[in-house]
Design a protein around this ligand. Structure first.
Ligand SMILES: C[S@@+](CC[C@H](N)C(=O)[O-])C[C@H]1O[C@@H](n2cnc3c(N)ncnc32)[C@H](O)[C@@H]1O
Length: 303
């Protein structure tokens, strides 16, 4: 794995860890190159009181169907009426999501990881950008850790929204995913119980254990077990995967384990250092000429 700045020339001839803003990195990556893109952006925590508004207008080609079969199109209003900072959050995400869609291979899949406070607003934005027919799944990752309030149901899940580049055309290998035990093995035959079942869209999986080899110390590190399923199902061996909000480099660790190639980006030097140490990266020689691999300079990109 090579570690370099997002401002250096990008060549996909090795696994890459790019240090800097993904808004700079994404336009430099080749379109259609990635089987899988995993995004785990900051969750905008603490914005629970904010309000969002949808503008809905009659449109014969719109994706929303209302009473009497009338069709409408909707658009998220990112006006400043209620909460400037959340408005900034969607505005922050939108250009990155637009570019991420372009980077997906025709059979590629985006997995967008978000928490319960923002998931619904992000779903509307993703529907708008990818099209509702490109929505593949809402995966619920349920865990059980941390404080439990007594005045409401403790919120112990994250949401992973999956969108495909081409509706119906995605690579998805259900058999590549590790099976899990049946909840009621007594209700199926002994053979089936021994083989286990394919996971559904609700995943019970522990957080990264607070002790143990997987823990890097990065506060928002996600468990490799969750990403392993995504990578196994939605990318082919040897294919390229991308994580524009890489943090401790969990996607890279899973790609190394499963034999995929990867590009990771993070603008926090502490995250880059943790991911580099975790994945065994070497620093690039900034001016070294490279002649092979996919070569996209900023001027040859669309944005
Ligand atoms: C929720 S964490 C990702 C955690 C990661 N999935 C893991 O398992 O460790 C989000 C990351 O996005 C990074 N980040 C936020 N804004 C960014 C930007 N504009 N460009 C690149 N990285 C960014 C943060 O530094 C942080 O490490």
């Amino acid at each position: 794995m090579r570690v370099q700045s997002v401002h250096e020339r990008v060549v996909l001839d090795d696994d890459l860890l790019l240090s800097g803003d993904n808004a700079v990195a994404l336009p430099r990556l080749p379109e259609g190159a990635f089987d899988l893109i995993y995004m785990d952006p900051p969750f905008n925590r603490g914005r629970a009181q904010s309000r969002r508004t949808l503008a809905v207008s009659a449109n014969g080609n719109g994706s929303r169907v209302g009473f009497g079969g009338r069709r409408y199109s909707s658009r998220l209003l990112r006006t400043l009426s209620y909460d400037d900072r959340f408005a900034d959050y969607l505005a922050f995400l939108e250009p990155r999501l637009v570019r991420v869609r372009e980077l997906l291979a025709p059979h590629g899949t985006l997995y967008f990881h978000i928490d319960y406070r923002e998931a619904h607003y992000c779903k509307l934005l993703l529907d708008e950008l990818f099209g509702r027919d490109a929505f593949m799944n809402e995966i619920i990752w349920a865990y059980d850790y941390g404080a439990k309030p007594r005045r409401r149901w403790p919120a112990k899940h994250d949401t992973i929204l999956a969108y495909v580049r081409t509706p119906g055309g995605q690579h998805f290998d259900a058999d590549a995913v590790e099976r899990e035990p049946y909840m009621a093995p007594g209700l199926v035959g002994a053979d089936k119980a021994a083989r286990g079942k394919r996971p559904t869209d609700v995943w019970f999986h522990t957080i990264v254990p607070t002790t143990g080899r997987e823990k890097t110390g990065y506060p928002t590190q996600k468990p490799a077990g969750v990403l392993r399923r995504l990578v196994a199902a939605s990318s082919r061996p040897g294919a390229w995967c991308l994580d524009p909000f890489a943090g401790s480099g969990t996607l890279g660790a899973v790609c190394q384990e499963l034999g995929r190639r990867f590009v990771l980006v993070d603008d926090n030097p502490a995250a880059v250092e943790i991911a580099r140490a975790r994945l065994g990266g070497r620093r690039a020689q900034p001016s070294s000429p490279r002649t092979s691999g996919t070569n996209l300079t900023a001027s040859s990109c669309s944005r």
